[in-house]
Design a protein around this ligand. Sequence first.
Ligand code: FES
Length: 256
Amino acid sequence: MMTSASLTALAIIAALTPSVAAFLPKSGLFGGHQRLSSTNGALFASVDAAADLVSLSLSLTKPLGMLLEEVQDAAAEGVFVKELAETGSAREYQDQIVGAKLTEVQGLDVTTMSFDSVMEAIVAAPDTVDLQFLVKGSTAEAEAELTTFADGSPVTIRVQQDGQPDLVIDAKVGDNLRQTLLDNNFEVYQGIKQKLGNCGGNGQCTFCAVEGEWGAGWLERSEYEDTKLKKLNNPAARLACLNNIQGPATIRKAKR
Ligand code: FES
């Protein structure tokens, strides 16, 4: 029979959220800060010593939706991200942080803390919490990803328009790009076909595609967009309707 000492700590971080249950895995197995037996945890920070590990700082808004596990059973050696819930602000960083050790919470070094102490630090942190992880990847790639902006951060979206001055939009991180463009009177849909035949922001028609220079904070476009935008043969294009603003950008209507 498994003793409590042999259990590996896991937790969905949904602390201080309106509803913990809303962010739990569909199986409903995990909740709050309970402890469950470890299955196949994969901490690359310890198992791949040759990996190029660098720090990644993120400001994430609760609920985070992170499933954490102790680095070492019943030892004060911190925690790592075992997996991410379907929802939660951490989800969009899945490629970077699953398997990554959590190193700081609100500037506090948690690398030698017990699981419970790390949980307490997260619970005590404000709704938008600064977290730092030790992530894997080439230094150059990771540095490019280091810059992230908290939701609501002011950024500039410069929109280049044929034959007209640039439209300079004071935008906010987290706002939908298509809606921001529409709200600022940019003609997202050009020509009768796009005006009448667009999907209204459902990621189907591709008529909202914009291309440009995506500055700091922008992650790679999604695989879904890769597929939908294949015909445009333009890796710098994105579907405005499927992108929330992640940082500054200089964009224009995508050539078709
Ligand atoms: S509005 Fe149709 S794909 Fe974006």
